[in-house]
Ligand binder design. Structure first.
Ligand code: NIG
Ligand code: FE
Length: 391
């Protein structure tokens, strides 16, 4: 042991997401388990009877432990509120990409401190429901300065930051799409790349077409950014195929996919990230997770937390919907919200509890992980460790 070590005992069920552990399933479940955390990392995993000593002991009283959730898709830097738009949708109005512009106006008008405080509050809310890693996008500034300061806010809260200047074309460029493309791939990218790990584009009806999206992603790649994209949310468009063509880490939404899209994903390393909070809040059909999984596609689940289409931070809620309405088993849904999210971010140190992984975990007031779907809406996460420390 090199740092301060903590032994967690009394774990009735431990979900490791390490297929070489426990029952050998993708969730790697170990009953009557213990964990030893050393500094910020996991130092030992196994049956409680075999656990080595540590500086400090914590007895979890038979509760379930899972890796902290990895929320690989969230838009947390914004100001304003769109509750009226949500209420109108519930009364029958359709969701369109155009609502993004109302959040854009509020975001441009907000001070950095306001944007930071709001985003930090959402990250804290995520932590309380078990999320220990979060990706945060820009995309509500849509000017050089507002995108760059959005990313600076995001960077203060996470390493997984994403440049999404290509969210929609802002109104001042409505008659000059080429001008906005030049900004996105030139000065805006220059200002944003130092704060970003990823580049994203909303390739869909009312946002960007395939050629525009390709240009944005390739410009980002040339600046050293990694690729992900929003695709196939509003219709069966070109997003999935483009993501696969460019080897993006993830294509997110996948609400409307064709057989050819599924075949392309299955033969690729691109993760399909499903965001059921968006279908819940827009009354769109849920993505067909079962079709994707049966074809061999790797699926992640994320919140898409944003003020327009999915204002939830809660991955247990997304898991419950995925199990109830998208044909996922509880085991698949929990894997997708932990190890799947990690894969969508090209991370192997989170979303898993094995030696040398980050000591990020959530304790559930439940005898098994199945309760995440079986007890919808119940705050089962009673404690969270992040980087080896209780939060
Ligand atoms: O992922 N699809 C594009 N962007 C967000 C919605 C943004 C908004 O409506 O403000 C999403 O759902
Ligand atoms: Fe999104």
């Amino acid at each position: 042991m090199s740092g301060w070590s903590t032994r967690l005992t009394g774990i009735g069920q431990l979900v490791t997401c390490d297929p070489s552990a426990g029952d050998g399933s993708p969730l790697g479940v170990i009953p009557d388990a213990a964990l030893v955390l050393d500094g910020s990392k996991v130092a030992w995993v196994g049956r409680a009877v075999d656990a080595p000593d540590a500086d400090e002991q914590v007895d979890l009283g038979g509760r379930t432990v899972i890796p902290g959730f990895v929320d690989s898709h969230a838009h947390l830097v914004f100001d304003g509120d769109r509750a009226d738009e949500f209420a109108a949708r519930m009364a029958g109005q359709a969701y369109t990409a155009g609502g993004i512009r109302s959040t854009m106006l509020a975001t441009r008008a907000a001070a950095d401190e306001v944007l930071h405080a709001r985003a930090a509050r959402l990250v804290a809310e995520m932590l309380r429901s078990g999320t220990t890693t979060v990706e945060i996008k820009s995309g509500y500034g849509l000017t050089v300065i507002d995108e760059a300061r959005s990313l600076a806010v995001a960077r203060a809260l996470t390493d997984e930051t994403t440049y999404l200047g290509a969210h929609v074309v802002p109104p001042e460029f409505a008659d000059d799409r080429d001008g906005y493309l030049a900004l996105l791939t030139g000065p805006m990218l220059d200002a944003c790349a130092p704060h970003a790990r990823w580049v994203d584009v909303f390739c869909d009806r009312g946002a960007f077409d395939a050629d525009e999206a390709r240009a944005v992603l390739l410009a980002g790649r040339a600046r050293g950014l990694l690729l992900r994209l929003h695709g196939n949310q509003l219709e069966a468009g070109p997003g999935v195929q483009l993501a696969v063509e460019l080897g993006a880490a993830s294509v997110d939404h996948c609400t409307y996919v064709t057989d050819a899209d599924i075949e392309a994903l299955a033969g690729s390393s691109t993760v399909a990230t499903l965001l059921p909070g968006a279908e819940f809040s827009t009354r769109a059909p849920y993505p067909q997770a079962r079709r994707l999984l049966d074809a061999g596609v790797t699926v992640a689940l994320a919140s898409d937390c944003n003020p327009g289409s999915s204002y939830t931070t809660n991955l247990p809620f997304c898991i419950a919907v995925a199990v109830r309405d998208m044909g996922m088993t509880p085991a698949e849904a929990v894997w997708s919200a932990t190890a799947g999210g990690a894969q969508a971010l090209l991370r192997d140190d989170v979303g898993v509890l094995r030696v040398d992984a980050r000591a990020d975990l959530a304790v559930l007031e439940a005898p098994s992980y199945v309760h995440l779907a079986y007890r919808p809406g119940v705050p089962l996460v009673t404690a969270v460790w992040r980087g080896g420390h209780p939060t």
